[in-house]
Design a protein around this ligand. Structure first.
Ligand code: SF4
Ligand code: SF4
Length: 513
């Protein structure tokens, strides 16, 4: 079954692309390596059998040194970690050891180099926000190296507590020995869900629904007013909790009356043509269906700097799927995304994401977990939107004459932004702009971690983790929040009642409006 799909315009867009490489030869464009990681073993072999329940199938570098606006360390190849992992390396580990691995088919669990690199310092455990508030959670050291050691010794089952990890990935950047913790967690969770979780259980069905948000958002966005009315009913929230285990404590996000992609088509696509300055926008699901104003801000700001913006066909980045162990779903989406982004890169574009979880997924999780042609090139060409401008443009100069109207923001850096070395970017960008105060509310986790805080049994944990951030937001000047992550924004609004904006929206106000 093919789900509702806003990539229906893909053929039209492909035809519009100047000098597009042939679709059966994605490696023919400039800068695209002809050999990807195809020779390497994959998490999912081609004969992998997985039939999703009816109604849910949405059949959807070489060492590179990007300078980073936050300073070194630079991004390295897609096979390595992004900044957070690589920068904390002890320096004596070969990142090539952490390539995509075959977990399920051969039993050759050689993630196990990583297990041996763990010297049990427990730094990861002390950085884990779930372990901090939930004494029953064994922590990342157990979920990662200890489980993999056990599995090497005997084919032990994955401990069910792997589903209590929120996939915030803070442990990744905390480890001083570059143990590939999140890769281990993702693979353990995938194995647990595939081999041990009951497929007819409420938990599995709920997690599958949450993971495939894009599928349901595409349906809801066809009649957004009706969808917003129905999801806003208290009986809907009640039924969601009772029948599916989706917390009734949160209000469902509104669907936009016009998606980002509808707006993009109506305006006639790119308003700037510039083959020398092209970016391919990976808008992700939330900016498309719920907050198209973020995507519009991205387009307007980039066009103001003279960039030609491309909006390739795309599916979910896979972030919620990784967090729920739905690796087969994630791989299907990744196949589309990688193919389309490789084509865009072949046309001279870099890939820009406005959601830090999407950029982290493309940069780190894809090459860690999947074996797809061109995946390293995608990882290596992907940037968060503000990060890219700080690298390539004189943002300070552009903002020197900007005047904003006395706005104060309580800024939260998402955990996935921290993993990419982007924790300070919003504060630094607006530090000298007249009329703006951006106050960092500290380095705590927001607690929602995508779908985690939407699960009824995780809601209290999610709010306990978020309590420090809420308190700091309320202590900050002003009552508007700011963050790059859409689900952190949900949590910030839920915990404080504040309006939340994306740094791109402030940039748009300063430079375009
Ligand atoms: S921080 Fe790294 S080395 Fe220390 S216990 Fe955790 S995984 Fe092992
Ligand atoms: S990803 Fe986050 S929740 Fe999971 S073990 Fe690591 S720090 Fe803890």
């Amino acid at each position: 079954m093919t789900g509702p799909d806003d990539t229906d315009d893909s053929e039209e867009q492909r035809d519009d692309r100047p000098d597009s490489p042939p679709r059966d030869d994605p490696g023919s464009g400039p800068g695209v390596p002809r050999l990807g990681r195809d020779e390497q073993p994959a998490v999912y072999g081609p004969d992998y059998q997985f039939e999703p329940p009816d109604g849910l199938d949405e059949s959807v570098v070489t060492e590179a040194a990007h300078p980073t606006a936050d300073g070194p360390p630079a991004m390295t190849s897609g096979a390595t970690r992004t900044d957070g992992g690589a920068s904390t390396a002890g320096g004596d580990l070969d990142p090539a050891n952490y390539d995509a691995v075959d977990v399920f088919d051969t039993g050759d669990l050689d993630l196990r180099d990583g297990s041996d690199s763990c010297y049990k310092c427990s730094t990861c455990d002390t950085s884990c926000p779930v372990a901090e508030v939930d004494d029953s959670f064994p922590g990342p050291k157990f979920q990662g190296p200890e489980q993999w050691r056990l599995k090497r010794k005997e084919d032990a089952d994955i401990d069910p507590s792997i589903t209590d990890c929120s996939n915030c990935m803070r442990c990744d950047s905390a480890c001083p020995s570059s143990v590939p913790l999140s890769q281990m967690h993702n693979e353990a969770r995938g194995e647990y869900v595939e081999e041990q979780m009951e497929k007819l259980s409420t938990e599995y069905v709920r997690n599958r629904i949450l993971s495939n948000y894009r599928f349901f958002a595409a349906i809801a966005s066809r009649t957004p007013r009706l969808a917003n009315f129905v999801t806003g009913l208290s009986v809907t929230q009640w039924a969601g909790e009772k029948l599916l285990g989706i917390t009734g404590e949160r209000e469902f996000p509104d669907f936009a009356e016009e998606t980002f992609r509808e707006w993009w088509r109506k305006r006639g696509g790119a308003q700037v043509e510039n083959p020398d300055r092209r970016v391919a926008y990976f808008h992700g699901c939330y900016s498309n269906y719920n907050t198209p104003e973020v995507g519009k801000a991205m387009v307007r700001v980039y066009e103001a700097f003279g960039y030609e913006v491309m909006v390739p066909p795309q599916k979910c980045s896979g972030t919620p799927m990784f967090a729920n162990g739905m690796l087969a779903d994630a791989r299907r989406h990744a196949e589309t995304n990688v193919e389309e982004l490789v084509a865009a890169i072949g046309e001279g574009a870099d890939v820009i994401a406005s959601c830090t979880s999407c950029s982290l997924s493309l940069r780190q999780e894809y090459p860690e977990l999947f074996d797809l042609h061109g995946i390293e090139d995608v990882a290596d060409h992907t940037f968060e939107a503000l990060e890219y401008l700080r690298i390539h443009e004189d943002l300070d100069g552009a903002l020197a004459d900007a005047e904003l109207d006395g706005e104060s923001f309580a800024y939260h850096a998402p955990c996935h932004a921290r993993n990419q070395g982007l924790a300070r970017q919003a504060r630094e960008t607006f530090a000298d702009v007249d009329g703006v105060t951006v106050e960092d509310v500290g380095d705590s986790c927001s607690g929602i971690s995508g779908t985690y805080g939407w699960k009824a049994e995780k809601y209290e944990t999610s709010m306990k983790i978020g309590a420090e951030m809420f308190e700091h937001m309320e202590d900050a000047e002003g009552d508007v929040g700011m963050t790059e992550c859409p689900t952190c924004a949900m949590q910030m609004a839920h915990g404080t009642g504040y309006e939340i904006r994306h740094p791109l929206q402030l940039l748009e106000s300063a430079l375009v409006e």
